[in-house]
Ligand binder design. Sequence first.
Ligand code: 5GP
Length: 204
Amino acid sequence: MTERGLLIVLSGPSGVGKGTVRKAIFEQPDNDLDYSISMTTRKKREGEIEGVDYFFRTKDQFEELIANGGLLEYAEYVGNYYGTPLDYVNQTLASGKDVFLEIEVQGALQVREKMPEGIFIFLTPPGLGELKSRIVGRGTDEVAVIERRMMKAVEEINLMQHYDYAVENDKVENAVNKIKSIIECEHLKVSRVVHRYKKMIEEL
Ligand code: 5GP
């Protein structure tokens, strides 16, 4: 029986650099992940290719797919729909390949509900951990600015609790290496490999 692939979900606050990190992962010569191409109703940007960057669809087409249960998750983000086609994810996992999703946070929480066995990675903005000392230490910002930054940090930290791993995006290269290590370790979990050893014993 083919071993099911891992579902890896990269998410995080808007503007943290999810897309850049994802692209860098897929440019790695040893990359063995399958990217799940999302569907969206937003307009194609210059240089984007249908079926490579996204599946570009009309609002009606997208809503039909929602109604037919064709999406693993979807979200409305800045006035457009974004979603993950369910069949592709299921078929690819069943074929034994790892599937990588790069999606915003509302969608990631839906995947957590539906496929809790996935590996959920939260990309954090650099310096989130020492935000307070940086802001207070500097002492030059207005109180309102400090409060806004603190509130945003609290929001982000609260979201992080729904994930398995937090990776700081201080440098793209560092984030990529950490994500690769996470995936490597997940493949070595006893719960994933023990059946292979059991089978070996049976066949002795
Ligand atoms: P952009 O329009 O810049 O390509 O993407 C906007 C946001 O949508 C990014 O945060 C990206 O991660 C997110 N996104 C892309 N595809 C999906 C998807 O299939 N589902 C969800 N929930 N978010 C997505």
